[in-house]
Design a protein around this ligand. Structure first.
Ligand code: TRP
Length: 466
C-alpha cells in the first residue's frame, strides 16, 4: 500500500459538501434555466432528469470509485487502476484529456463568473433600479437601457479581463491552501450560505404573481419540442452539472476516507444538484413571467432578463444583489474542482508545492480565458455556423469531451476493472441488487445511451438530420 501524497477530507460531510460545491455552479443557476428556456421547458427537463439518474449517477459512482481506489490524480489513478486490472496503461490518456478539458472549461467559466462578480456591484449599486426610475414609463426604452448595460460591459475587453483576473485569483487562493484549509474551508462556509440565499429567493418567487406560469413552464411536458439536438443538450448538461467526465469528481474521490459509502454519498450529491437546478428554474421563470419577459433569451437570461425584473421589483437592490452573490458562491466552489486535477498531478509528479502548482495552472487557465473575453468583443465577428468562440468551446466540452470521457470511464469500470475490485470499493459482499443495477448501467445503459445521443445529437447539430 502506497502512502498517499495528498490529504483527505476530514469527514463524510466535508466530501459531500465539496462534491456538491463542485456540482452546483453556473451550470445550475445560469445555464440550466436558459437551456431549458431555449428548449421549450418541460420536455427538456424530463429528459434531463432521466439523463441524470440513468447515466450521470452511475458514472459519478464510477469516477469516485477510481479516485478512492488509487488515491491519485486522474492521470495516476487511471494508470494505477489499469495496471491493477491488467489493462493497458494508456488508459491514463483519459486522465490527460480530463486535465485538458478542465483548463478549457475553467477558462470560460471564469469569464462568466467574473461577469457575475461585476453584476453584484451593479445590482447593489442600484443601477437597475435607477434605470427603471428613469425609463420605467416606457417598457421598450427601459429594456433597451438594461441591454445596453450588458452590451457595453461585454464590449469592454479590459473590464471583462479584469473581472476574469479577479475570479481566477480567488480560485487560486483557495486551491493553493490545500485540501483541508483551502477546499474544505471554502465549501463548508459557502455551501450553507448558498442554501440559505436560495431559499430566500425561492420564497420571493413563490409569492410573485408569475409563480404558477413559471411552474407550468418547467413541468408541462410538450414532447413536440424535443429534437435530437435538445436531447444532446440535456445529456451534455447532465454531465456538466454533475462535474463528470473530466476527473474533477475523481480527484475529490481520491481524498475520500475509506469507510464512506460511495453510492450513498453520490446519491445525495446528484439529488441536491438536481434540486438546486430545479429550484433555480423555479426562482427565475416566475420572475420572468411576473414581468412579462421572454424565456428564451439564451445566456442573457440571467444577465439581462433578470436585471430587468430586479429593476422594477420591490427590494430589487437587495434581491438582485443576493442573487448574484449566490451565483458567485456557486461558481467559486465549482471552479476549484475544475483546476484540482491539474494541481494534484503537478504535486504528485513534479513534486511542486500546492502554491506553485496553483499559480502555474491558474496562469495557464487565465491565459486561455482571454479567447472567451475577446469572443464578446474584438473577436466577436469570428463565427462558424453562426456560433462564436465561446459557443464552440462550450460545445466541444459539454457535448463532446465530457460525454466521451464519461463513456470511456463507464466502459473501463464496467468491463475492464474486475467485479471483485468494484464490489469491494462499493462495499458489497455479494451481488446485492443495487450493485447489479449499477453494473448494468455502467456496462450497458450508460454507454449505449451516450453513444446514441451523441451520434444523433451531432448529426442534428450540423443539420444532417432533423
Ligand atoms: N458542475 C459545475 C456547474 O454546474 C461546473 C463544473 C465543475 C464542471 N467541475 C466540473 C463541469 C467538471 C464539468 C466537469 O457549474
Amino acid at each position: 500500500m502506497n502512502t498517499p501524497i495528498h490529504q483527505q477530507w476530514s469527514s463524510r460531510l466535508a466530501f459531500i459538501l465539496a462534491a456538491m460545491g463542485s456540482a452546483i455552479g453556473l451550470g445550475n443557476i445560469w445555464k440550466f434555466p436558459y437551456i431549458t428556456g431555449d428548449n421549450g421547458g418541460g420536455a427538456f427537463v424530463l429528459v434531463y432528469l432521466i439523463c441524470i439518474f440513468l447515466i450521470g449517477f452511475p458514472i459519478m459512482v464510477a469516477e469516485i470509485l477510481i479516485g478512492r481506489r488509487t488515491r491519485k490524480s486522474p492521470v495516476g489513478a487511471m494508470e494505477s487502476l489499469a495496471q491493477e486490472s491488467n489493462q493497458s496503461k494508456h488508459w491514463k490518456i483519459l486522465g490527460w484529456m480530463g486535465i485538458f478539458a478542465g483548463f478549457i472549461i475553467l477558462s470560460y467559466y471564469s469569464v462568466i463568473a467574473g461577469w457575475t462578480l461585476s453584476y453584484i456591484f451593479r445590482a447593489l449599486g442600484g443601477v437597475f433600479t435607477n434605470l427603471y426610475q428613469l425609463f420605467g414609463q416606457d417598457t421598450a426604452q427601459y429594456t433597451d437601457a438594461i441591454v445596453k448595460v450588458e452590451t457595453s460591459f461585454l464590449g469592454n475587453a479590459e473590464a471583462l479581463l479584469a473581472w476574469h483576473t479577479i475570479f481566477m485569483v480567488m480560485t487560486m487562493v483557495v486551491v493553493a491552501r490545500g485540501v483541508k484549509s483551502g477546499l474544505e474551508t471554502a465549501v463548508t462556509t459557502l455551501m450553507p450560505l448558498l442554501f440559505i440565499l436560495m431559499l430566500f429567493m425561492l420564497v420571493y418567487a413563490f409569492n410573485s404573481p408569475g409563480w404558477e406560469k413559471g411552474f407550468h413552464f418547467m413541468f408541462n411536458f410538450r414532447f413536440e419540442d424535443l429534437t435530437w439536438k435538445s436531447i444532446l443538450a440535456a445529456m451534455g448538461q447532465a454531465f456538466f452539472t454533475l462535474s463528470l467526465g473530466m476527473g474533477a469528481i475523481m480527484v475529490y474521490g481520491s481524498y475520500l476516507p475509506n469507510k464512506v459509502s460511495i453510492i450513498n454519498a453520490s446519491f445525495i450529491v446528484a439529488f441536491m444538484d438536481t434540486l438546486i437546478a430545479i429550484l433555480a428554474g423555479l426562482v427565475i421563470f416566475p420572475l420572468v413571467f411576473t414581468f412579462g419577459l421572454e424565456t428564451n433569451s439564451g445566456p442573457g437570461l440571467v444577465f439581462e432578463t433578470l436585471p430587468t425584473a430586479f429593476g422594477q421589483m420591490q427590494m430589487g437592490v437587495l434581491i438582485g444583489g443576493i442573487f448574484f452573490i449566490l451565483l458567485l458562491f456557486a461558481a467559486w466552489t465549482s471552479a476549484i474542482s475544475l483546476i484540482e486535477p491539474a494541481i494534484a498531478w503537478l504535486v504528485e509528479n513534479k513534486g511542486m508545492s500546492r502554491v506553485k502548482a496553483s499559480v502555474l495552472s491558474g496562469t495557464i487557465t487565465w491565459f486561455v480565458g482571454i479567447a472567451t473575453v475577446l469572443s464578446f468583443n474584438l473577436w466577436g465577428h469570428i463565427k462558424y455556423q453562426n456560433q462564436n468562440i465561446l459557443d464552440w468551446l462550450g460545445f466541444l466540452t459539454d457535448k463532446v469531451m465530457l460525454p466521451l470521457g464519461g463513456l470511456l470511464i463507464a466502459i473501463f469500470v464496467g468491463w475492464l476493472v474486475s467485479t471483485k475490485i468494484t464490489r469491494e470499493e462499493l462495499g458489497f459482499k455479494d451481488n446485492h441488487l443495487i450493485y447489479i443495477l449499477w453494473l448494468l448501467s455502467v456496462r450497458f445503459i450508460a454507454p449505449i445511451a451516450v453513444l446514441i445521443i451523441f451520434i444523433f445529437g451531432i448529426l442534428s447539430t450540423f443539420n444532417l438530420i432533423g
